[in-house]
Design a protein around this ligand. Structure first.
Ligand code: CP3
Length: 365
């Protein structure tokens, strides 16, 4: 990893008081002038500017072309006036250097044509070609350069790199795409005492290197998406996923950045997710924010958790729901406003912009 280690990583975690971004400060539960806000899938198909780019390029072309990925990232952050920009990429990109071919089919989402179901297939997965993902780091470099100067309000925009968590990535690899019941994933998890731990270990290896590239390129924070962890019982999460996920979190933190760990439908998993040591836990909308934070023992920051579909509600209802999330956080240190999951296609852009404005209004200290 030597030449990947950034100055930031060598200098260790941001020392208290050093962070100039209210987003990073909130991740570290430091004081802020107002609650920071950004939104899951803030650059996506609901946005006309993104669709204009999508007309000429496939999703993977956008991801793999640093100029375009950076432009999409920057446009969304500036249009919405948010406090952080998440790099435009996809969870599945690391599959390619691991030797797992996939594509995105219109209306179906990701498809892996030869799902990984046997120990031989797991053994064949490559972990030595992660440098092929350097296009993501190159996009981050461009975004970091663009946002290097403080904004009009004196705040530095936060730059978020991301990767999937071992369970969620394994589920796509094993199922071959999105899944309802995760039968094949759980079959391997319960039944193959060699394949499952090896798959978890290989994913962690790849993801740590990938995250290191992103941090070196200028990511201030890494978000780990465990979108489908909510499919697991608490017992199974603890038995099969907690250890590799904890290893990933700790090794990313050792690069010198805070980690946000996010999943959906995780109310019962929160105490176990907290044990990963993540600096911030992302909450979905099904758990009231204060209840979720309490379940975490108030021992980390939280990010969330407006229902993304509330963005379709009439203005007064939406405003009340934004207020409810903010009241629920009660201006404790370490709240980052977000949605409980990603913005969906068809969401009115005006509602998204208003939501950001209301968070700024309600969240002022
Ligand atoms: O602005 C941002 O949020 C950054 C962009 C981003 C994308 N994917 C681009 C994308 C992020 C953070 C992701 C992560 C991702 N990818 C996740 C975790 C986030 C979550 O929602 O929990 C997951 C599960 C994936 C895998 C994936 N990629 C799926 C299941 C799909 C299909 C979803 C759909 O609605 O069709 C994708 C495609 C994808 N990735 C799109 C975008 C903007 C939409 C497709 C397109 O533009 O053609």
């Amino acid at each position: 990893m030597s030449d990947l280690v950034s100055e930031r990583a060598l200098n260790g975690p941001a020392s208290p008081g050093a962070a100039v971004s209210r987003f990073v400060r909130a991740c570290l539960r430091q004081s802020v002038d107002r609650t920071p806000v950004w939104l899951l899938r803030q650059a996506g198909r609901y946005m006309p500017e993104y669709m204009a780019v999508r007309k000429h390029h496939s999703l993977l072309e956008i991801c793999r072309t640093p100029e375009i990925a950076a432009e999409v990232t920057i446009t969304a952050a500036e249009r919405l006036g948010v406090d952080a920009a998440i790099i435009f990429a996809d969870l599945l990109l690391p599959f390619t250097p691991m030797g797992v071919e996939f594509e995105f089919l219109a209306g179906e989402g990701p498809v892996v044509h030869a799902p990984v179901r046997t120990v031989e297939q797991v053994r064949a997965l490559r972990t030595d070609r992660v440098e092929e993902l350097s296009y993501v780091a190159q996009a981050i470099e461009r975004v970091a350069k663009h946002f290097s100067a403080p904004r009009a309000d004196g705040d530095q925009l936060g730059i978020i790199g991301f990767c999937g968590a071992p369970f969620t990535l394994a589920s796509y690899m094993i199922e071959g795409g999105s899944s309802r019941n995760y039968v094949e994933t759980k079959r391997m998890m319960y039944g193959d005492r060699e394949a499952w731990p090896l798959l978890m270990a290989k994913l962690v290896e790849v993801l740590v290197t990938y995250a290191a590239q992103q941090v070196e390129a200028g990511a201030d924070v890494i978000q780990i998406f465990d979108s489908w962890a909510g499919a697991l019982s608490v017992t199974d999460y603890r038995e099969y996923c907690l250890a590799p996920t904890t290893e990933l979190v700790r090794r990313v933190q050792a690069l010198g950045v805070p980690v946000i760990y996010f999943g959906v439908d995780t109310a019962s998993l929160l105490p176990a997710m907290r044990e990963t040591g993540a600096d911030v836990i992302g909450l979905d909308w099904r758990v009231p924010l204060d209840e979720g934070w309490k379940a975490l023992g108030y021992r980390c920051a939280v990010q969330g958790n407006l229902d993304p579909i509330a963005l379709f509600a009439p203005e007064e209802v939406l405003r009340a729901r934004v207020r409810e999330v903010m009241d629920s956080a009660a201006k404790r240190l370490g709240h980052i406003f977000n949605l409980g999951h990603g913005i969906v296609p068809g969401t009115p852009v005006e509602s998204v912009i208003k939501t950001v404005e209301w968070v700024k209004e309600f969240g002022a200290r």
